[in-house]
Ligand binder design. Structure first.
Ligand code: DQA
Length: 142
């Protein structure tokens, strides 16, 4: 089973960026532990700060047998282009947020991508990614 985790803008700064909201762990070290927990799953990772690059990545992998975990960062709240890309592809996409966006500023309450994703997991810190992985495992078993 193949899973691709895609992180959007500013998520390259995890561990450094606003640690009271996003924690002290960098994504690379989290990913090492996640891969150890799921040795039978091929987990790959991509990050970009650029909307069009994220769209290109979704096009590139989205017609392959892969499950996608997407934290679109701030593009969640702004990007019709990402929503359209998710609609266009066949791979299942799960929306993830580290923070509970519904407990934060009003502008974070709206997601352009929620309606085109299989589901959303938010508010569990980095564990949100593992929970999304579990959800994809169950979807792919069906
Ligand atoms: C985020 C929440 C977004 O509102 C924010 O712009 C991010 C991170 C999260 O993981 O909690 O960059 O997606």
């Amino acid at each position: 089973m193949k899973i691709l985790i895609i992180n959007g803008p500013n998520l390259n700064l995890l561990g450094v960026r606003e640690p009271t909201i996003y924690g002290n762990t960098g994504f690379d070290s989290y990913l090492v532990k996640l891969k150890e927990q799921y040795p039978n799953i091929e987990i790959s990772y991509f990050q970009s700060n650029h909307e069009g690059v994220l769209v290109d990545k979704l096009h590139e992998v989205g017609f392959q047998p892969v499950g996608i975990i997407l934290n679109a960062g701030a593009y969640t709240h702004t990007s019709v282009a990402l929503a359209d890309a998710i609609s266009a592809i066949t791979a299942p996409v799960i929306e993830v947020h580290i923070s509970n966006v519904m407990r934060r500023e009003q502008f974070r309450h709206h997601s352009y991508i929620s309606p085109v994703c299989v589901g959303t997991i938010a508010g569990f810190g980095l564990d949100s990614y593992r929970l999304a992985l579990e959800a994809l495992i169950n979807i792919c078993k069906e």
